[in-house]
Ligand binder design. Sequence first.
Ligand code: BGC
Length: 434
Amino acid sequence: MAALAACRTACDAPVAVLRAVADDMQSAMRVGLAADGQQLRMLPTFVTRLPSGAERGSWYALDLGGTNFRVLRAQLGEAAGEVTRVESCEVAIPAPLLRGRCAELFAFIAQRVVAFTGPEADGALGFTFSFACAQEGLDSGKLLVWTKGFALLDGPGLDVVHLLRTALYDAGSRMRVAVLANDTVGTLAAAHYADPAARVAVILGTGTNAAYLERCSRVAKWPLASSSDSVVINIEWGALAAPSLPRLAADQTVDEQSVNRGEQTFEKMIAGMYLGKIAALTLLQMDAESGELFTASQREALLGGGLSTPLLSQLDNAADSAQERSALASALGSAPSDAALAAAKEVCHLVTRRAARLAAAAIYAVLTHSDAASTIGGTPPIVAVDGGLFEHHAAFAATLREAVAELGANAVLRLTVDGSGIGAALLAAAAQVA
Ligand code: BGC
């Protein structure tokens, strides 16, 4: 079958392909550090000091990056690097607010923040906002572009901290928004607070991205580069669109059907939001060639919902159990044939493999790009990783670790759960101390 053969070839992603992707990623990183508006945005975050472990007290954060947001209060302990208590509440954003205007969305969020903190609270709050923003300071940033299926009527060009401050004020809150942080930056802050060997943070979830500590002397485009030694750079690596990327016909379709056509090529090959769709489209291609893999209603189901990432992860293993058959049956609406189950298992495995190996190439590119991101006094750097793909998809995490080692990178990949919110609270604390 031509579709399966093409999928096997592209998803194998041998080490030579990974090196070519890493080279392309590094060139794009260099170009992005030199000038604004490049494919990789390489955004200076104004974070020049990561939490040291010495911060104390109780700090708030708002974490917005998906269809749920979280408000939390982190209590920092007396021992260095210790978070003694985290209280939080998670709120689902009503669907209509995701298709409306930012002011309405932020008004809803602010009300929930006040419900959590109480109207009297007047502490500092770190704002994790998991989209690309051009920052002009630690506490301001204009949204550049929505990703991950967000399609509000406005946003790009607006200062999201200003939106939040206005909404909090209108909701009667006295909280102070002290820091704006991408989720990668929050994760890096949380990981660094616990262990200063953390130099890179990666998100592998609904979307994908990374941040790392860069030497200011290498950030030619940043006017404040001379004022400190290093600064955290938000790479926004999901935007990479290099010829070396081993693409499938399904990638093209995923892009055409997305709300951000032509953008986030790398993210659309790797992130949890897209993998099930790539697998479903590839299976449909195989079905079109053989004409006998699925029934008409199963085809409809694949076209409609694709396959979910949890199902992808369930099917991606060597065993062939009754549970897998019934999980696939519930996604398809009826029992799959033996051939369909075997095809689904192989395609899910291949699509996951490609994603994990490409993510490894990107991590390798970051680690070898900057000495600030790599070895410190002989200790291998820690790459803090958060996101559902890495946390819940065992085959993905194993393949990623294997490929990072195969590329020869000397680094420890450490799961840092919920770092993005806690990290923003820590950055608010660190900004206070500075
Ligand atoms: C966004 C990044 C974010 C990543 C992970 C991407 O779509 O552009 O800012 O860090 O998703 O949440």
